[in-house]
Unconditional design. Structure first.
Length: 272
């Protein structure tokens, strides 16, 4: 709730008149009363959790969206996420309502919808707030799908960008990471599958996907600059759905900084 608006009364100064004062002299006009600017609302210290569920005509709809308290310290960012949340909810409602019309029978999965998005802090630096969002969506059928999204808030400019936007291109970051990227992915896949990965086998899920198919998260171990990179591959990208997702972590090196756009280079440091 905004604080009430108070008015400040300004005292008028008066000067005594001598007996010889000019009869035509007039008093100075009173100063206009100036309102005090309203006190802006304090950012909420609490995390925000929003749920909107519905059940009707044999169908169910579940919606959840949340963000951490650190977002509320950036009111423009909180407003951006609120707008995104409302748009996602409106879209889900429209699609669900149409499913109730298209599937009037007992097809429960045809009329079930689910959406969940949870933002988490990756790094909170003096000039940057790096976030990741775990996203799950179900639109009917055998199972839903999930992924992860990157968002980095520029506290000075009041704008947001994805982690990959800090780099000149996905290919530039791929080249900077070099063989470490594919080798780390192969080790992770071999740990899950229990077999050696052969990238020349012709199997799509043995290939090393490019970073244009990944979410790139940027983090920090020193609380001042970005010095680590996270690469996230969702289901169906580096392996079948049943295998799940993959998240790989790499330290920032000089070659990684060379791939950073010049205007963001000062935000990165080589990890010691």
């Amino acid at each position: 709730m905004r604080a009430p608006l108070f008015l400040i009364s300004l005292a008028l100064s008066s000067a005594g008149c001598s007996e010889q004062a000019d009869e035509n002299a007039v008093d100075a006009p009173a100063a206009e009363t100036q309102p005090v600017p309203p006190t802006p609302p304090e950012p909420s210290p609490e995390a925000v959790t929003f749920d909107d569920d519905e059940e009707r005509s044999g169908g169910t709809r579940e919606f959840a969206y949340s963000w951490p308290a650190a977002v509320n310290a950036q009111p423009a960012l909180a407003a951006q996420l609120e707008e995104e949340r409302d748009a996602a909810l409106a879209s889900q409602k429209r699609e669900w309502e149409q499913s109730l019309v298209d599937f009037p029978g007992d097809c429960v999965t045809c009329k079930a919808r689910g959406y969940e998005k949870e933002w988490k802090v990756v790094a909170d630096l003096p000039d940057w707030l790096s976030l990741s969002a775990d996203i799950y969506e179900y639109t009917g059928g055998a199972h839903g799908n999930y992924t992860r999204q990157s968002l980095v808030w520029d506290k000075r400019a009041g704008t947001s960008l994805a982690g990959i936007d800090f780099f000149t291109s996905p290919v530039a970051l791929e080249n900077a990471l070099g063989a470490r990227l594919c080798n780390a992915l192969d080790r992770a896949r071999e740990a899950k599958r229990g077999i050696k990965i052969d990238r020349n086998s012709g199997d799509l899920f043995n290939d090393c996907p490019g970073l244009d198919e990944a979410s790139v998260l940027i983090g920090s171990s020193n609380g001042q600059t970005f010095d680590r990179i996270g690469v996230y591959f969702g289901p169906y990208v580096a392996g079948p759905y049943a295998e799940g997702d993959y998240e790989l972590n790499f330290p920032v090196t000089a070659s990684v900084i060379d791939a950073v756009k010049p205007e963001y280079a000062s935000a990165f440091r080589v990890k010691r």
